[in-house]
Design a protein around this ligand. Structure first.
Ligand SMILES: Cc1ncc(COP(=O)(O)O)c(C=O)c1O
Length: 415
């Protein structure tokens, strides 16, 4: 019976394992750990881990990728009207960070690989352009050879948005180390997750000094927010296996109503506004979960590659457009497919207990965000608009077994 089938999710805390839920529970249950909820050594340990991993001089952790980007841009001291070039087919919080740091977002169209289109980029560079934000969408490296050349030609500061790409190499070198600075996200649907977190890596000493100053004066997260994140781990861990039974759905709904689980994007952020409780430091309890996840990074990424390889080899439905084989062995955070009327496939999969992903169904996602307040004008990125209207993504995370992948492949081939 359908209700007893293991549910398959694309989002919903995909990397969450028993050990993460246990760490979260231990911080809530054991009084001697209450003193370490916010303060402790693990945020610094996470910075050290990332510094070693990337072989960089500096790393700073923050509450999220959006805060990391905000402080990078604040460090640049942008003047009114100075432009930050970013690709469309992105998340509204990226654009918010640009505006809140005093920059003007300029949206560049994308190519078939969901990354920035070079020809459109060159057309959109004006004398006010100061920063190039290079996104590696879904973990597919952008065309760095050409993008870096162009950035040099126009004297642009280069930021790599590696929110989807942790531990991924381009020409043998880790993404995040090509630009002047790179940032990462440890949000719940990212390559590794601690509920909410982000980091910046750089080799630039002067820049690092400014970031250090911002980090040093930043408040810790509010206790209510920390507890919400920790409860989320436990609630998701309990609810996911029994989701199809209805109990899980009910538990999630109740937890949401009671404010026990965190939101990925707050309603205010969808209207281009800042929330009052962020930016903040990355707290010790979440950094503990981050370290636990970072240790599994290679296992996660190898698994993603293997699941994606199966999709690539076995999806045969002619109505579906798959990523180009010539892109090689990409570590897809989510495996992107294109189909006319994606809603029909999403609905059909849902009936089978499979929740597929919809990143990104509009050029500045999510759909209920007001993209006009972050300066996106419809028609300016036609390819992003077209791909967004056809996008579906398949899960590649560690909770997806080979059997789950087979189910998804079967569903798609018979659709
Ligand atoms: C491409 C991209 N960059 C940056 C971010 C920001 O990361 P965070 O959610 O940690 O603020 C996101 C968030 O979803 C994203 O999709």
């Amino acid at each position: 019976m359908k209700i007893f089938r293991k549910p398959i999710f694309t989002g919903f805390a995909p990397n969450l394992a028993k050990s993460d839920a246990w760490i979260a529970a231990s911080f809530l249950l054991f009084p001697w750990k209450w003193f370490q909820l916010k303060i402790g050594k693990n945020a610094v340990r996470a910075e050290q881990w990332l510094k070693n991993y990337f072989s960089v001089k500096h790393c700073f952790v923050f509450d999220s990728g959006r805060s990391a980007l905000y402080f990078i841009l604040k460090s640049l001291d942008l003047k009114p009207g100075e432009e930050v070039l970013l690709q469309s087919y992105t998340c509204v919080v990226v654009a918010n960070a640009i505006i809140q740091a005093g920059g003007k977002p300029v949206y560049v169209d994308i190519g078939d690989d969901f990354n920035m289109d070079l020809a459109d980029l060159e057309k959109k560079i004006t004398p006010q352009a100061k920063v190039l934000l290079i996104q590696h969408t879904f973990g597919k490296p952008a065309n760095l050879d050409l993008l870096l050349k162009l950035a040099k030609k126009y004297n642009l500061f280069i930021i790599e948005d590696c929110a989807h790409a942790l531990g991924i190499k381009y020409n043998g070198k880790l993404l995040g180390t090509f630009g002047d600075v790179g940032f990462f996200s440890f949000g719940s649907d990212k390559p590794v997750s601690c509920g909410r977190g982000g980091a910046v890596v750089t080799n630039d000493d002067g820049f690092a000094e400014k970031l250090f100053e911002f980090q040093r004066t930043l408040p810790s997260a509010k206790l209510g927010k920390v507890l919400q994140h920790l409860f989320s781990f436990i609630i998701f861990f309990i609810s996911k296996p029994v989701y199809n039974l209805g109990v899980g759905k009910c538990l999630l709904w109740c937890a949401g109503r009671l404010g026990l689980i965190n939101k990925i994007i707050y309603p205010k952020e969808k209207r281009g506004r800042a929330v009052k409780f962020y930016p903040s430091l990355l707290v010790n309890s979440l950094a503990t979960i981050l370290l636990n996840q970072l240790r599994q990074l290679d296992v996660f990424n190898n698994h993603r590659r293997e699941i994606a390889r199966r999709y690539q080899e076995k999806i045969e439905n002619k109505k579906i457009h798959l990523p180009n084989q010539e892109w090689g062995d990409v570590t897809w955070l989510r495996y992107p497919i294109l189909i006319a009327e994606p809603e029909r496939l999403l609905a059909s999969a849902k009936k089978d207990g499979i929740i597929l992903g919809n990143w990104y169904d509009v050029p500045v996602a999510p759909k209920d965000a007001d993209s006009s307040v972050v300066g996106y004008q419809p028609g300016t990125c036609p390819k992003a608009e077209r791909l967004a209207s056809q996008s579906i993504n398949l899960p590649t995370d560690i909770s997806i077994s080979f059997k789950d992948a087979e189910k998804i492949i079967k569903l798609i081939n018979y659709f």
